[in-house]
Design a protein around this ligand. Structure first.
Ligand code: HEC
Length: 350
């Protein structure tokens, strides 16, 4: 575990080989479709070829070279579902969704691309709410290295990566199982104890029509408290290894601003042991004209009402591509987030 960082030194040279080529890449897994689309900016940084310096303490890989670089403070911080920082050298637990956040000077105006450069841990990288955030979940014992590269307005480029060892899901064949298109598996992490199950910054995301399966990977018992939303209160405390299926049928009780359901926490501990569930309704989004720049157009305006949609079975990638390239669909640009498009995809494929 302590030699986590050894092979990171070669990322610099690999990186130059792949400069500017974060092409559209499709990963389909657990029913999620996720697309990492990079912008080809090769021309902008062909002169940025001074190599990279890795700082094992910070986990940063700094671009050296042409004097155009930003301050070189690009880095990735890893958070567990409870929002605690998982420091360098700590393994990633199997089946647990970790949030990766890139920070650095000037990042908000940079073009950001993410990729997994090493993946013997069978990890899946999922989009976050914004470009500076990704989620990674692994399910085998091995290694993963997630890399972020930022191309700044002046053409300078910085790269950082987090190499980690990964652990297998404690029992991949446990009763809980894996996520599918219609089921989102959330595991209460080991050592949660009386702490929150996750954080408001990284709520578990589910779509209306999916089942949220809550699994207890902790040594102590847990019990979901709800006020009837998004599903009935869990009747009993569940033991380690047990699970509770919470069917998401509507967005009742959801906070309009955050999209997070009110009043869900660990019944045995109280409101401090919060559990954040974010719900999106793809069918409603399909018909939501407020998502368009005109305020009048929705998918339904041009593709029929949901019940007989002309774009039934469209994939996330197809919807993204249509929004980006179909001239009539320009009104949908800058409106929907990737999560919302994924919710629409789910609704169109039910
Ligand atoms: C203002 C009209 C308009 C709106 C609003 C609109 N579309 Fe489209 N869309 C079109 C047109 C026109 C095309 C290209 C012709 C076609 O394939 O139907 C298209 C194409 C598509 C395609 C590609 C279809 C194919 O067979 O390749 C998909 C998928 C799609 N739209 C999904 C959506 C979704 C989902 C929404 C809502 C988020 C939406 N569209 C909103 C007009 C619109």
């Amino acid at each position: 575990m302590s030699n986590d960082l050894d092979d990171n030194s070669k990322v610099g040279s690999d990186e130059r080989n792949t400069d500017g080529l974060p092409r559209a890449r499709l990963i389909k897994r657990f029913g999620w479709v996720l697309v990492v689309v990079g912008v080809s900016t090769t021309a902008l940084f062909t002169n940025c070829d001074g190599g990279f310096k890795y700082d094992p303490n910070s986990g940063k890989l700094e671009s050296l070279g042409d004097g155009q670089n930003q301050s070189g403070d690009l880095k990735i911080t890893t958070f567990n579902p409870a929002g605690m920082v998982v420091s360098e050298g700590q393994s990633l637990e199997g089946g647990v969704d970790y949030r990766l956040v890139a920070t650095g000077t000037g990042l908000s105006s940079a073009t950001i691309a993410w990729q997994i450069t090493e993946n013997s841990g069978a990890c899946v990288l999922r989009n976050g709410v914004s470009d500076d955030t990704r989620y990674v979940m692994c399910d085998q014992s091995g290694r993963v290295s997630v890399q972020v590269s930022a191309t700044f307005a002046d053409g300078a480029r910085s790269v950082a990566s987090v190499p980690r060892t990964t652990a297998a899901v404690s029992d991949p064949n446990d009763a809980c199982g894996a996520s599918t298109a219609s089921r989102v598996v959330f595991r209460i992490p080991a050592n949660t104890g009386t702490s929150p199950w996750n954080s408001s910054a990284a709520p578990v995301l589910v779509f209306v029509g999916q089942t949220l399966r809550i699994c207890n990977n902790d040594a102590r018992g847990h019990q979901l408290h709800t006020n009837g939303n998004p599903c009935p209160h869990q009747p009993n405390t569940m033991a380690t290894g047990a699970f509770y299926d919470c069917a998401i049928n509507n967005t009742n009780g959801v906070n309009a601003t955050t999209g997070i359901v009110n009043g869900t926490y660990d019944h045995n501990i109280g409101t401090n042991a919060a559990f954040y569930i974010r719900i999106l309704n793809g069918q409603a989004l399909y018909a939501d004209a407020t998502q368009s720049s005109t305020g009048r157009d929705s998918c339904a305006t041009c593709h029929n009402p949901y019940s007989n949609s002309s774009v039934r079975n469209a994939s996330f990638a197809e919807i993204k591509a249509a929004i980006a390239s179909v001239p009539e669909m320009a009104v949908m640009r800058n409106g929907l987030t990737d999560d919302e498009i994924r919710a629409i995809e789910f609704a169109l494929n039910r």
